[in-house]
Structures are given as structure tokens and as C-alpha cells.
Design a protein around this ligand. Structure first.
Ligand code: MG
Length: 351
């Protein structure tokens, strides 16, 4: 038992990439490291997008939490969530809360010298398949070379952020059906366009079609697409509260649910969302595009639920490195194993 001595968030930057890192230190000097969402990237000033989220942590929540018992994670989460409702239960407020919650879980695990998943009851699965998530590459040659590199690392599945259906078609012809392919269009289409695109992706045998329509939270539009295409739909990275997820899942259009742990408020509400995925019998596939505490927290979370199916790991070209230099977890037969280190087990590496 120790009280919180300090909480501090900062945006770490390396070229166009940033991690919004939150550090919580207790009165014994033990440090927990968490991560909040990174914001909408502004190429001319990448750290600008993170500033409002950093401010939620440093200006709103930290002054309220310093001096409180660090291990009272559940209690603190509900108090802060309730206190902050005038800011809304979605968006930058819960993003900031996510960073603190992940840091508190990391701290809790370090104090107990135990991986977080052990404190949550131990893994519900022996291993979980992982996929390499590519940034938009817009180049056939790059896609093929990056896929080779991902396969060499041990991945058996890749996710493309490409709009041209000829690019997944190219990967299918180059690598055959041993390679699983997911396609994410980040809400690019209207309903008619999404249905046409989804039918092409169905012919290619993609594993899922992610966020097919804009607005991404138009649940009725997603359901229309789901009713008209054969391929499975994935989504949920832009939903926030348990109520949001319940409403989304009640439409029955998704096969793969992708909550983003740096947006929803962290690991504490994530466990309730996992129960909802189990109840609705959909696959839980944590969304994540950061190599750092967010990835490791997503893995711990996924291991708490038998509904978990796929772990998303960002796969950047070697010239791009996230500022928080964590190691990409090793794979065994394309699967990730439960992390073994204390806390989240996300140690910075020198590179
Ligand atoms: Mg996505």
C-alpha cells in the first residue's frame, strides 16, 4: 500500500510518430508507466494532437489523484469517471483516464512482482494469434516487401490500410491462402460504396473488412453493409463507453470487436467490455497502433477473456521508430504468449 506521489503525462516524439506516455510514481518510488491515445496527427506539429489529452492528465486528473491510495484502481477509476461526466464519457477525457489507469495497473503489478494478467485471474487462453498492422503504404512493391518481412518475423496475418482492392488481390496471388489478410478502410465509404468494396473483398477471402462506412459510429449503416456482404466486419475502435459497445453489438453486424484501450478509459473498463463481447459471442480483437505500454496492456487484457482472437501489432518500415522503444513481443507459430515481466512487462529497450 502506498499513496500516489506524482502523475505526469508527456508526448514523446520521434519524427512523425508519438507516444502519449503517463508516469505514476508512488510514495515508495515505484513507477508505473501507461499510455493514452496519441491524438490526430498534424504532420507539421505532430505533438499538437496529444496536447489536449496531456492536459486532461496533468491539469484535470493528476491534482485530484495525488495523495490517493495507488492500489485502489477500481475505486479511483469510478470516482474520476463520475467526476468528469460533464466533460463527456467519450473522447479526450477517457483517453487521459486510460493513460492513468494503465500506469496504475503497471504500478500494481510491479509492487506485487507479478504480470498484470496474473492479478486478473491468470490467462484464459494459452496463446493468441497476432497480426502485423501496416500503415497506409499505397505501393505494391512496399506491400510485398513488408509482407515478406512480417512473415519472416513470424506473422501469419497482415492488415492493410489500403483503399485499392487490387492491393489485397496482389498479396493473395503472391502469398496464397496461407496468409490471412484483413483490410481496414477507416470509414472511407458511404453505404453503397462499402457494399461494393466488401463484395470484392469477399471474393479475395479476406478475414475481415474493418470500419467500412463513414461516419464510423453510424451503427445502422454498418448493419446495412453487414447484411449485404459475405465477409465479416470488424470495428469499434472509435467507441468509448460500455453503453456504446452494447449499442454497437446489439446491431449484430460485427464479428470482430476492436476496442482501443487508450481511448476507453484503460484496463479497468476494458474487462467489462470483454464480458460484453463474450455475451454477444463476438471475437475480441484489441485495436492498437502503438508499440509501447498500450500494446502490452492490450495483450494482458486479451488474455483475460476466452473471446479474444487477434492481437494487433503495428508493423512500421524500419526507418520509422516509435519514440517509446519497447521490444515487439516474440511470436510462437504466429501467436503471442502471456507477458512474463512484472506489471505490464513493457520495458524500454535501447536502440
Ligand atoms: Mg482500424
Amino acid at each position: 500500500m502506498a499513496v500516489i506521489e506524482s502523475i505526469h503525462a508527456e508526448a514523446l516524439l520521434n519524427g512523425p510518430l508519438l507516444n502519449t506516455i503517463v508516469r505514476v510514481i508512488d510514495a515508495d518510488g515505484v513507477e508505473g508507466v501507461g499510455e493514452a491515445w496519441w491524438g490526430i496527427t498534424d504532420q507539421s506539429a505532430p505533438e499538437r494532437g496529444a496536447r489536449p489529452i496531456v492536459s486532461v492528465v496533468n491539469d484535470l486528473l493528476a491534482p485530484r489523484l495525488v495523495g490517493r491510495e495507488a492500489s485502489a484502481i477500481e475505486k479511483l477509476w469510478f470516482e474520476e469517471w463520475d467526476w468528469g461526466y460533464r466533460y463527456g464519457d467519450q473522447g479526450i477525457f477517457t483517453m487521459g483516464l486510460s493513460g492513468i489507469d494503465l500506469a496504475l495497473w503497471d504500478l500494481h503489478g510491479k509492487r506485487h512482482q507479478s504480470p498484470v494478467h496474473e492479478l486478473l485471474g491468470g490467462p484464459a487462453l494459452d496463446s493468441i494469434p497476432a497480426y502485423a498492422s501496416f500503415p497506409p503504404l499505397r505501393s505494391a512493391d512496399l506491400l510485398v516487401s513488408e509482407t515478406h518481412r512480417a512473415i519472416d518475423y513470424g506473422f501469419t496475418a497482415v492488415k492493410l490500410h489500403e483503399l485499392d482492392p487490387e492491393l489485397p488481390a496482389l498479396l493473395r496471388s503472391e502469398f496464397g491462402h496461407d496468409l490471412k489478410i484483413m483490410v481496414d478502410v477507416n470509414g472511407h465509404f458511404d453505404v453503397a460504396g462499402a457494399i461494393a468494396h466488401g463484395r470484392r473483398l469477399s471474393e479475395l477471402g479476406v478475414l475481415w473488412f474493418e470500419e467500412p462506412v463513414r461516419p464510423m459510429r453510424d451503427h445502422r449503416a454498418i448493419a446495412k453493409v453487414g447484411a449485404a456482404v459475405d465477409c465479416d466486419l470488424a470495428g469499434g475502435e472509435n467507441e468509448y463507453s460500455l453503453e456504446d459497445f452494447d449499442r454497437l453489438l446489439s446491431m449484430g453486424a460485427l464479428s470482430y470487436l476492436q476496442p482501443e484501450i487508450t481511448k476507453i478509459g484503460g484496463l479497468t473498463p476494458a474487462r467489462r467490455i470483454a464480458a460484453l463481447a463474450e455475451l454477444h459471442n463476438v471475437a475480441l480483437c484489441p485495436h492498437n497502433f502503438r508499440l509501447g505500454p498500450a500494446l502490452y496492456a492490450s495483450i494482458h487484457w486479451a488474455f483475460t477473456s476466452p473471446a479474444s482472437r487477434w492481437i494487433e501489432m503495428p508493423w512500421m518500415q524500419t526507418t520509422f521508430k516509435f519514440p517509446f522503444r519497447a521490444a515487439l513481443p516474440p511470436l510462437v507459430d504466429g501467436h503471442v504468449l502471456p507477458p512474463t515481466g512484472p506489471g505490464l512487462g513493457c520495458e524500454p529497450v535501447k536502440s
